[in-house]
Design a protein. Structure first.
Lengths: 837, 296
């Protein structure tokens, strides 16, 4: 062993009263010996390399923890994982296991009692103030505890090792505990490096617990797993990664509140083929947000009628509504009495000594010993209040006492405990850090079962004991030493959320998002191309001293306004403003490119595209996210720059288009048609058709002089990257009738309206509500197709009486626009609304 | 005494609504002090489904799903309620004999007593009624001396609100903060009730929000116009030795035979007559018509 290797532990000095690795005499605890030896053997360089491997794996799997209230670009914080696990002996863990089972059982009994007979209150085991004064007490479900299966199904506890070497419970999570997905991901990632770092160590596996989780859901949904869903607040939630991940390995659909609706006293999943009844929800949103009708009225996340479905026994939940009352540190002082009352047992897992300030004697004690205590509000529903009294000055203490005196029943005081430290690899050294274990417990028939592992979070710096994922920080894998379980089957994990690969069963919201992804992507591409062409033309304007170019230029500018519907834009009626625009068209064009508040601007359209893109992210392949992230970053950087030349604008537009096109390709190849690509295609084609009609309408309906006509024809072909295709079909020079035939009527050219319309009709047939006859959304497109098929160029190109407008062309185009708009309305009504089913 | 009550609530939507879930609480309670003789509810458009249930306060609640396109949603509740005057008078009489001091009441509420247990539901801040500021606390405490009789103190507190606050329609709505009402010293019945409740809870007394109706008598010689009444609100205080006692600060009186109770809760939200969640982008406008008439 070289000296450099030893250095890793040289600076390891724990101030804590208990260190996981070293005992009081700085001797290595026996169960750490193997890891210690292996770490020394590996040395800093290897450890560094393993850390890099871990980072790469996590990043590559897209593991993130979103943090609220941070600037947009940095809100996906990569998850980080230490190469040194937190290890616990089977002996220690078996005590934890017993303790957690007991605690889960107790919480379940409390839960059912509070929303049932309330014996605990009537017999003064728990003071009523601790329940009624806590915002987690849900009056709407006041008697649901009498229901069968209204149980605390899933429970998580935060544990830390106290000075005496025992594990203590420091927090309870009972509504929608997070962390399980991260714990599993950590294990999968550790597996990659631990085989080389620590090849000969036996640890307990996690798959048993996952199987038990599936059993639980299976039991609740009556063995109909397609009736169970995972309800997420959506992709903007801090732990969305985990929701997607969990839905995948539990094999249940991942849905948002808008995916569901309630009728007949049940909840239904909106899917493309219609409504499908569901009966079990694994929820990842808090109680108050679950039902805007009966609970928090302004919640955008839940489903109206959810409580009614539970009331009518048509819905079971993990966990049921109302379980927030158990996330109540005011219960701690009474847990021993409750254990005695219900089970005639003592608490197995110790808690931190806690005094409820609602009792006179206790309050006196708290005030006398304030400086050594931590004061907490019992309720963290709206705001977390924690005061470390030793950090307060005299004035601070006086104010805090006043605060407590105003509402004594709402506060508790706790002893400040020094928890254990554990080795943590950081900056080429191994240093002691505080760590908290999140352990997970599930209901299995009548009993509870504890996961042999967990999520360990490490404090953010050497000197603090603030352990919170919200604040960032890093994690560790928890290893329970012991014989490996036999694998009786192969467990597959993947990061794509579980969705049915069948067009019938696609959740409506997902389908709608894919449809809009297609539309916004088409709109972004076509708008960007048109702007690029216009800017290019403008830059070259003075090269040719030809007065007709001016007229063609004007047509281009007006088309830009029509295409983006950013009126008045270049159609400004005010003479002064019009003159100004005429002299400096880039004023308007720059806004069209960069103004994110201007509806129709390129940046606005891209922001809409970004929103839909986030919502379907998990259906797409990893490469497409990466391309999109780059697009988003580079474009945002560009629009934030105050000024630039036309040349840089052009090159940025080129850049954007390359990203957009590759994104489109990647979306195309990520998915099967049946998974929803069909909806994307339909959206893309509908938008392309509408914008093509708009361009032809603004550019080709006016009779211009020969030179301006030529410029305009060239423009419409070039702006849509169709010039070469045209040249291949028509060997002649540019002629109005040929271009119109090519763009409107050509049955082979994929960008022509006839081709798009025909393709749409075929794709409509693959939708689940397709009939032998024409449906309401097919009919208008069929009419459009017929109109195009019956059209003759010579007839179309007849001038009106005044000789300036091709009236028939204008008439046909306006008719076509209406058909397309009617089709989009009918399509939405048929597939996305569900209100009359 | 028998009253006929007509209570119509409408939502006028800006756009067309084709799907909405609604909760209606329009069916008056039956209890020791009043008896519901008859009730009917008419809903337009006709609900696709209706479920009735009792909430924790035993208020009648109807969950309704509307599933046809509509621009206006109307619920009309018609009830016939008999006021049981003799039990009310008995109750008021006990207030004069059985009341205890403010100090004694606080002591009993702070400690455990099975009979006071569920009154404690009304001791804490709720969504619309947060705890009061120091200023309001001081304002209230002028009436609540420790040794003073709680019933008398509350009566005085009610009278002070009646005298210090001005009844002004249009100044406030249900969400107007209590502090603002206190500062402006004006509002309507809901505001006075919520202000009093907040103050009482802040000084440690359980108080609940009472929602209902009051008989109005037209000026002499004038015919009363149908539908020009309003719904009414007052508060109820828990006096441990007596039970719940009602006070009406808007009219400076202890409700006897002119108040008809619809239901009660911690605040307006617990007993709002009609609330809905609508799938629509536009705004909606609430329209209410109430008529209370004494049966001869």
């Amino acid at each position: 062993m070289g000296k450099a290797v030893n250095n890793m532990f040289n600076t390891y000095r724990s101030e804590a009263s208990f260190d996981e690795m070293f005992d009081k005499d700085k001797k290595i605890r026996p169960h750490w010996q193997y890891l210690y030896d292996k770490l020394l053997e590996a040395g800093n360089e290897t450890l560094k390399q393993k850390q890099a491997e871990i980072d790469w794996h996590l990043e590559d799997n897209g593991v993130t923890y979103n943090i609220y209230n941070t600037p947009k670009d940095s809100n996906n914080r990569p998850w980080s994982l230490d190469p040194i696990p937190f290890i616990v002996t089977e002996e220690d863990w078996s005590k934890v296991r017993c303790g957690l089972k007991q605690r889960a059982k107790l919480f379940n009994l409390i839960f059912k009692d509070i929303y049932g007979e309330q014996k605990l209150l009537k017999e003064n085991i728990i003071p009523a103030e601790v329940i009624f004064g806590h915002k987690g007490y849900c009056l709407e479900v006041f008697d649901f505890g009498f229901k069968e299966n209204y149980d605390l199904n899933f429970y998580a506890a935060d544990l830390a090792r106290g000075p005496n070497g025992n594990f203590w419970v420091i927090n309870d999570r009972t509504q929608a505990p997070s962390g399980l997905g991260y714990a599993i991901e950590n294990r999968l990632t550790m597996n990659v490096v631990s085989n080389e770092l620590y090849p000969n160590i036996d640890t307990r596996k996690l798959f048993v617990f996952i199987q038990e989780f599936k059993n639980l859901i299976n039991e609740l949904c009556g063995s109909q797993m397609d009736k169970a869903v995972l309800l997420t607040p959506g992709p903007h939630n801090e732990t969305y990664f985990e929701h997607a991940f969990l839905s995948s390995f539990l094999e249940i659909n991942l849905v948002q509140g808008n995916d569901l609706l309630s009728k007949n006293g049940s909840l239904w999943l909106k899917s493309l083929s219609g409504l499908k009844k569901i009966n079990t929800i694994l929820r990842r949103l808090d109680d108050r947000y679950a039902d805007p009708l009966e609970l928090k009225n302004d919640s955008q996340l839940g489903t109206s009628g959810l409580i009614e479905a539970v009331r009518q026994d048509n819905l079971k939940m993990i966990n049921p509504i109302g379980s927030a009352i158990l996330e109540n540190i005011g219960l701690n002082p009474f847990m021993n009495a409750i254990a005695d009352y219900f089970l005639d047992e003592e608490l197995i897992l110790p808690q931190i000594a806690t005094w409820w300030c609602g009792q006179k004697k206790e309050l006196e004690y708290v005030f006398e010993n304030m400086s050594s205590l931590i004061i907490k509000k019992i309720d963290r529903t709206e705001q977390i209040e924690t005061y470390f009294c030793k950090k307060l000055d005299t004035q601070g203490i006086v104010e805090l006492k006043e605060k407590v005196l105003q509402n004594p029943t709402q506060y508790i005081a706790q002893e400040e405990i020094s928890f254990s430290t554990t080795p943590y690899y950081h900056n080429d050294h191994i240093e002691p850090r505080n760590a908290v274990i999140r352990a997970f417990v599930l209901k299995q028939e009548k009993e509870y079962s504890v996961m042999n592992g967990g999520l360990v979070r490490v404090s953010t710096s050497k000197d603090t004991f603030m352990v919170s994922s919200q604040r960032g920080g890093t994690s560790k894998d928890l290893w329970i030493l012991g014989k490996k379980e036999e694998l009786d089957r192969v467990v597959n994990y993947n990061h794509i959320p579980h969705v049915d690969i069948c067009i019938q069963n696609i959740p409506t919201l997902q389908a709608e998002n894919l449809y809009w992804l297609g539309r916004y992507l088409a709109r972004s591409i076509i708008t960007a191309r048109f702007i690029r062409y216009t800017v290019k033309k403008l830059t070259n304007f003075y090269r040719f001293e030809n007065p007709s170019s001016k007229e063609a230029q004007k047509v281009l500018e007006n088309t830009l306004t029509h295409l983006t519907m950013t009126y008045p834009g270049f159609l400004e009626k005010d003479k002064e403003k019009a003159l100004q625009l005429d002299q400096n068209p880039m004023l308007e064009i720059n806004q069209l490119i960069k103004d994110k508040h201007k509806q129709g601007s390129l940046t606005f359209t891209i922001s809409m595209l970004s929103n839909t893109s986030i919502n379907v992210k998990n259906l797409l392949a990893m490469e497409s996210w990466k391309v999109y992230d780059k697009l988003d970053k580079e474009w945002n950087a560009f629009i934030q720059k105050p000024s630039h030349t036309s040349r840089t604008t052009l090159s940025e537009l080129d850049n954007l288009l390359i990203y957009l096109m590759s994104y489109k390709e990647l979306v195309d190849e990520s998915m099967f048609k049946e998974q929803g690509l069909l909806l994307f295609d339909i959206g893309f084609k509908i938008e392309s058709s509408l914008l093509l009609i708009s361009q032809i309408r603004s550019m080709l309906c006016l009779k211009l002089d020969k030179s301006a006509t030529y410029d305009t024809l060239e423009a419409i072909l070039n702006a849509s990257e169709s010039f070469n295709a045209y040249r291949a079909s028509y060997k002649s020079s540019l002629l109005q009738e040929n271009v119109i035939e090519f763009l409107l009527l050509n049955p082979q050219f994929p960008k022509s309206l006839t081709f798009l319309t025909n393709a749409l009709l075929k794709e409509f047939k693959a939708l689940p509500k397709s009939k032998t006859y024409l449906t309401t959304y097919e009919e208008p497109i069929f009419k459009a197709y017929t109109t195009l098929k019956l059209a003759k160029v010579s007839q179309i190109l007849q001038l009106g009486e005044d000789g300036t407008i091709y009236k028939n062309l204008e008439g046909i185009l306006s008719e076509l626009t209406e058909y397309f708009i009617e089709a989009t309305n009918e399509l939405s009504k048929t597939y996305f609304s569900h209100y009359d089913e | 005494m028998i009253y006929n009550i007509y209570h119509e609530t409408s939502f006028n939507y800006e756009g067309i609504v084709s799907f909405s879930h609604n909760l209606a609480r329009l069916k008056p309670k039956s209890n020791k002090y009043q008896k519901l003789l008859d009730f009917s509810m008419k809903v337009t458009p006709h609900p696709y489904e209706i479920y009735d249930f009792y909430d924790i306060f035993h208020n009648n609640t109807s969950h309704m799903l509307i599933r046809e396109p509509h621009e206006k949603f109307t619920v009309i509740g018609k009830s016939k309620v008999e006021i049981l005057t003799s039990t009310i008078e008995e109750k008021i009489a006990t207030c004069k004999t059985n009341s205890i001091t403010y100090e004694a009441a606080i002591k009993r509420i702070t400690l455990f007593s099975p009979s006071d247990l569920f009154a404690k539901l009304f001791l804490f801040d709720s969504e619309l009624i947060p705890k009061s500021s120091q200023k309001i606390r001081e304002y209230a405490m002028q009436s609540f001396h420790p040794k003073r009789d709680l019933f008398e103190a509350t009566k005085e507190f009610m009278t002070r609100i009646y005298e210090d606050f001005e009844f002004v329609a249009g100044f406030s709505d249900v969400t107007t903060p209590i502090e603002k009402i206190f500062e402006a010293k004006q509002g309507v019945c809901q505001d006075f009730a919520q202000f009093a409740i907040s103050a009482l809870r802040t000084i440690g007394l359980p108080a609940r929000y009472m929602s209902g109706y009051i008989e109005t008598i037209p000026p002499k010689g004038k015919q009363k116009l149908f539908g020009t009444d309003a719904s009414h609100a007052w508060f109820s205080l828990y006096i441990p030795s007596i039970g719940w006692v009602d006070f009406d600060p808007t009219n400076n009186l202890i409700p006897r035979d002119q108040h008809i109770l619809l239901g009660y809760g911690r605040d307006y939200y617990d007993i709002s007559p009609l609330k809905g969640v609508v799938f629509s982008s536009g705004e909606s406008e609430l329209e209410v018509k109430v008529d209370v008439s004494r049966e001869d």
